[in-house]
Design a protein around this ligand. Structure first.
Ligand code: BG6
Length: 482
């Protein structure tokens, strides 16, 4: 049957790992729920030679492997696979793009492109799309990281993309923004009265943000060793969490208001001094009861790349003056966990002290994954007659988002992001000025590393990183929330 629809989704890197694990399962989920137009065609492209039938087989296998069994509906699976087409393309050569355009056919109603590619292919790909008429005003282009490895290379990529597309057509992906709990951070801050009035240096002692992983290199040796934890995690995901935690209230929940506030915050980040950072690299150890090799053995060669980084960051504005943001992220750590901890200050005066009552300051824990909860640690009096004094104890005000919304389907971040890309909703995508502010801060850190003797400290796999990272908080009289 001839294709009569005039809109399509084009997936570059369609036979890659991201496509298998995330994109195809996400697209199937959207299809299953009837969220994408039945006439939208999905065209995959990559260098490997396949025809439509082979790509459908590839997608079928990916779904068998990565889609939970209870999500599989055979009839819908068949109609989903019917949507898929494939075109072999070597994106480094301009000639192939005409064939791609032919395969795509009429895209006048809208073409959404998901581009995940090696940095050196950005320029030729954009050039190829333009030459084949695939950069018209109804095209949106989603860009997956890495978008460069420093400010200069990120600018080059952004310039190359800007030569074909306006900023309104460009959707820079940070998959953390597609996570429900990350969006919930804005709901927590701006849909409630009780947090925002306290959300400043008068009431908050410090903030901690942890993104810890138990996995190691996961078959990405070359990429990871060239990148390291700072550029792989801090430049993007971690800084987005910092921005959403610390930004001023936006005027509206829309792309311009939110991104304006985030960029202001990112530009207010103070350059980091050598003594405010720790770099680490994992050695052998045990993770989840299993013995694992060290980074150098995983890699098979010598390397100074950091698999862990911890930073004491500062935001130079009125709201956050004097409030450190302790950040840490790493591979092969004790637990998989993403969380934001807001540590409040002590109450101004302890009325219980003469009765022996000891106080601990309040702490708000926002757990983003693997569990999803908000926990406020508050002081309460232990029940009793208090003849020998008042005993105060920390108890948790617990809000499990998993339980509170137990009926709502949990979605992969990419489901949200792909749907937003198809529908042209930019709020959860990163604007050029944000990316550049992120790189500027990260480049300055790397300059400090290159200029001084910032050695990479070893840590045992399965631990919380090098001792020096613990010292980063301890020397300020604070401790990590482990
Ligand atoms: C990616 C990094 O951006 O994020 C990976 O390149 C990392 O190294 C991953 O493992 C973490 O994502 P998540 O969603 O599992 O926290």
């Amino acid at each position: 049957m001839a294709d009569t629809s005039c809109s399509a989704l084009l997936l570059f890197g369609a036979t890659g790992d991201l496509s298998r694990r995330m994109l195809l399962p996400s697209l199937y989920a959207l299809h299953e729920d009837g969220l994408i137009d039945p006439t939208l065609r999905i065209v995959g492209t990559a260098r490997s030679e396949h025809n439509d039938a082979e790509f459908r087989d590839f997608a079928k296998q990916a779904l068998e492997e990565f889609l939970p069994a209870d999500r599989r509906d055979e009839a819908k699976l068949a109609t989903f696979l019917d949507r898929l087409q494939y075109q072999t393309l070597d994106a480094s050569k301009i000639d192939g793009f005409a064939g791609l355009a032919e395969k795509l056919g009429d895209t006048s109603c809208g073409l959404s492109i998901f581009l995940s590619t090696a940095p050196f292919l950005f320029e030729p790909t954009i050039e190829g799309l333009r030459s084949a008429g695939l950069a018209h005003e109804n095209v949106r282009i989603g860009l997956e990281k890495p978008l460069g490895n420093d400010l200069a290379s990120s600018r080059r990529i952004n310039d190359a993309v800007a030569a074909g597309f306006s900023e309104q057509q460009i959707f820079r992906i940070d998959h953390y923004l597609g996570k429900e709990t990350v969006q919930n951070l804005m709901a927590l801050r701006f849909a409630n009265m009780m947090f925002e009035p306290l959300w400043n240096s008068a009431n908050i002692d410090h903030v901690q943000i942890t993104i810890s992983e138990t996995v190691g290199l996961e078959g990405r040796k070359g990429f990871y060793d060239d990148t390291g934890a700072l550029r792989d995690m801090v430049q993007n995901h971690m800084l987005q969490l910092v921005a959403l935690t610390a930004m001023e209230p936006p005027r509206d929940y829309d792309a311009t208001s939110i991104r304006d506030e985030k960029v202001k915050l990112l530009r207010a980040l103070r350059p980091v001094k050598a003594e405010e950072m720790v770099r680490g690299q994992y050695r052998s150890g045990a993770v989840g009861g299993e013995t694992v090799k060290g980074y150098l053995d995983d890699l098979g060669q010598a390397s100074e790349t950091e698999t862990f980084v911890s930073i004491k960051a500062h935001v130079d504005n009125w709201r956050w003056q004097g409030v450190p943001f302790y950040l840490r992220t790493g591979k092969r750590l004790a637990e998989r966990r993403s969380e934001i901890v807001v540590q409040f200050k002590d109450v101004p005066h302890n009325i219980f002290s003469d009765r022996g009552g000891k106080l601990r300051s309040n702490r708000l824990v926002i757990r983003l994954q693997p569990e999803e909860y908000v926990r406020l640690q508050v002081m309460a009096k232990e029940p009793g007659l208090d003849r020998t004094g008042i005993v105060l104890r920390e108890v948790n005000l617990d809000l499990s988002l998993t339980q509170a919304f137990s009926k709502a389907r949990r979605r992969i971040a990419y489901e949200r992001l792909l749907l937003d890309l198809i529908e042209g909703e930019q709020t959860l995508f990163v604007r050029r000025d944000e990316v550049e502010a992120q790189w500027k801060w990260v480049d300055a850190i790397r300059k400090v590393w290159e200029g001084g003797d910032m050695e990479v400290k070893p840590y045992a796999a399965g631990s919380w990183g090098p001792n020096a990272a613990i010292a980063l908080t301890e020397r300020d009289g604070r401790s990590w929330h482990d």
